[in-house]
Write a protein that binds this ligand. Structure first.
Ligand code: ADP
Length: 270
């Protein structure tokens, strides 16, 4: 089994010595593969809605005399176009997060505001299914980072909690300080995730049950976006879950100490 790939160069140094330069390429080759996989996945994921739109266009053209059918096809087309838009937005967001590991304009961010916005943006979908989103006491905690990115990350976690939960269940969102780390947790009473998938759900396009997840309209990129955002802020995201009982996703970020004038150093990438 090959474990490391080296590029080796040798040059004579005088008559008695040889200089050997060994460059470990293992990591860069692995990253190349990850990138190639990502692009292959993107093409595959984009093909589905584009193919559907093209078929629906033809269907509409041949059903012009039947307004009921035309309306039905047009509605389906809107769903597919929305899916395409969500997918494109997530791909762009994730690519930006991967490319810009350093934060652009970090500022002090109030966690209570981030939680409010994440709940607000999911309120309509949750309300339609009678899922109650309960928030903990205001924490008054702040972190140093980019508000829009943190809001997007928490929106994704709350949106998943609602999506993968039964009607009339409860989602809890709260923040607390553990040592120097702000822990924002999102708990649901949903389908849960088997232990062997706990790491994999953060991979791009990984879905537990392809058909089920795709039907819920997800892009398969939400948790990858959360993970990259956490890491770009010097933090991380973890999951606790039991199938049938529910899940808790916890976004962990270094608390702002008041003298944060430098961007947190991102944790190891990918
Ligand atoms: P998606 O757009 O498919 O939701 P994500 O990256 O957000 O993509 O999540 C990846 C997969 O992890 C989902 O398809 C789903 O199978 C699983 N998952 C995410 N959040 C939850 C949750 N709260 N409860 C159960 N399963 C979840």
């Amino acid at each position: 089994e090959i474990t490391r790939i080296l590029s080796v160069r040798a040059a004579p140094l005088g008559t008695r010595y040889v200089v050997v330069l060994a460059n470990d390429l293992t990591e860069s080759i692995r990253l190349d593969e990850v990138r190639r996989d990502f692009i292959a996945n993107i093409s595959h994921e984009l093909k589905t809605p584009i193919g559907a739109i093209s078929v629906l266009t033809e269907a509409i053209a041949s059903a012009v005399d039947d307004p009921v059918q035309v309306r039905r096809f047009a509605e389906k087309m809107t769903t597919e176009a929305d899916r395409l838009a969500a997918l494109t937005a997530d791909i762009i967001n994730l690519s930006k997060l991967q490319a810009n590991q350093a934060l652009h304009m970090p500022e002090l961010v109030r966690i209570d505001d981030v939680i409010d916005r994440a709940i607000e943006s999911n309120a309509v979908v949750a309300g339609a299914r009678n899922v109650v989103i309960a928030r903990g006491e205001p924490s008054e905690l702040t972190v140093y980072g980019e508000d829009p990115l943190l809001t997007m990350a928490l929106q994704n976690l709350v949106s998943n909690a609602v999506q993968y939960s039964p009607d009339k269940s409860r989602v809890g969102v709260g923040a607390r300080l553990v040592d120097d780390v702000v822990e924002i947790s999102v708990t649901d009473q949903g389908v849960g995730i088997p232990k062997e998938d706990h790491d994999r759900v953060f991979e791009r396009f990984y879905r537990l049950d392809g058909a089920r997840s795709r039907n819920t309209g997800g892009t398969g990129l939400g948790l990858a976006i959360v993970k990259h955002t956490a890491q770009n802020h010097g933090g991380d995201v973890t999951v606790w879950s039991r199938p049938g009982q529910g899940s808790t996703f916890t976004l962990k970020l270094p608390v702002a100490t008041g003298d944060d004038h430098v961007t947190p150093i991102p944790a190891a990438r990918l």
